[in-house]
Write a protein that binds this ligand. Structure first.
Ligand SMILES: *Cc1c(COP(=O)(O)O)cnc(C)c1O
Length: 375
């Protein structure tokens, strides 16, 4: 019997219970949108931007069409372009590297720490060259790296720190939330993220009024503030629409509870896996992680995943190839990055979402134990 070929008993992600929880609030806002015909921009978008900036503990938020644009347009607003290099971890979603190339710059991949699989001050240091114009710290799986140490490096070199917080809504390092450390914090609200829309959406947060203004212009065809037909720069169309803002506004009051639920599941996994021959991603004492993904490492990944599938547990891989080894990005590789490469061969993501039931969590723990026995 191969249970993996039918609908798994424990899905990797099920957004339906979350949607049910917030649907009445969304319907109420939907009626306002239809009544006002303000479909793009407008009051709902501005209100969400204010609320999101407050939540992150910073001044401004600029709503955008997706997280990739948040990174790409941030780099452009910071003046990064052709001839420049941007340092980023090799262990990230490809969009981080893509944004650098879209801005016309060259990605310089850095290795990551063995325990957290995140950048460290010294791996950033190793990737800095005289052409470095920015560093992107990625809060992968929901945990922020040593932000104080990395800021010390970027300050000494004199380049801005960009946060890719697409997996870290509400995470913090020493009490400061994701997005509030760097010159800019870039968020994706893709449906499966910790705060997700009903489609694509994103935002940049910043305490810098000039950067916020540049991003508002870039997202709207380079328009000058408040003007419709004067274009002061080459921009693009990356606006946040009111329907997505309404969904995000309805979900935001629940985000902290949902993150708490994720943390509880992560704790139960950690307890359940104690003594098993698999490694987990370590959460540092200074980090408050929001567990976007529950990642474990096993040497024989394919067999492990097949065993779990047979036991009705769906899994994912984030990500199977370190960025500098992806064919389209190989031209930017400057040599081996052993920790990121080994991790890419071993990581497995287990089901992790706030509405995962206690029953399902138990089932995952039991299945992981059996899959380890089988190896
Ligand atoms: C999801 C994600 C992005 C890209 O966001 P989109 O909204 O899909 O464009 C960028 N970086 C990381 C780490 C992500 O997880």
């Amino acid at each position: 019997m191969n249970a993996g070929s039918v609908r798994p008993a424990v899905p990797f992600l099920d957004l339906a219970p979350m949607t049910r929880e917030v649907m009445p609030e969304i319907v109420r806002r939907w009626d306002d949108i239809v009544a006002s015909s303000a479909f793009i921009g407008g009051q709902l978008v501005e209100q969400f931007e204010d609320d999101w900036a407050d939540y992150c503990g910073t001044r401004y938020a600029v709503g955008l069409a997706n997280g990739t644009d948040a990174l790409h347009l941030s780099l452009r607003a910071l003046g990064v372009g052709p001839g420049d290099e941007v340092v980023l971890p090799a262990n990230t979603f490809v969009a981080t590297a893509e944004a650098v190339v879209l801005a016309g710059a060259v990605p310089r991949f850095a290795d990551v720490a063995e325990d957290t699989l995140l950048l460290t001050p010294s791996t950033v240091e190793d990737a800095i060259t005289p052409r470095t114009r920015a560093v992107i710290a990625v809060h992968l799986y929901g945990q922020m790296p040593d932000m104080d140490g990395i800021l010390q490096v970027t300050r000494r070199v004199g380049v801005p720190l960009v946060e890719d917080a697409a997996q870290a809504h509400g995470a913090s390092w020493r009490g400061i939330r994701a997005g509030a450390y760097g010159a800019v914090g870039c968020f994706s609200f893709y449906p499966g993220k910790n705060l997700g829309a009903f489609g694509d959406a994103g935002a940049v947060v910043t305490r810098d009024a000039g950067l916020a203004a540049a991003l508002r212009s870039l997202r709207d065809h380079g328009r000058a503030a408040g003007e419709h037909v004067r274009h002061e720069r080459i921009g693009t169309n990356s606006r946040l629409d009111a329907v997505q803002a309404a969904v995000l506004a309805a979900k935001l009051p629940h985000l902290d509870d949902w993150n708490t639920a994720r943390r509880r599941i992560a704790t139960r996994y950690a307890e359940g896996f104690a003594g098993l021959p698999l490694r987990t991603v370590v959460e540092k004492p200074d980090a408050y992680g929001v567990h976007h993904l529950a990642v474990v490492r096993v040497p024989q990944r394919d067999r492990f995943r097949a065993a779990l599938a047979d036991l009705g547990v769906a899994t994912g891989v984030h990500y199977p190839t370190a960025c500098h080894r992806i064919p389209a990005y190989r031209e930017f590789s400057t040599g081996p990055l052993p920790v990121a490469e080994r991790a890419a061969a071993e990581v497995v993501s287990l089901p992790m979402y706030p509405h995962l039931t206690d029953d399902h969590v138990l089932r995952v723990v039991k299945a992981v134990g059996e899959a380890c026995d089988e190896r």
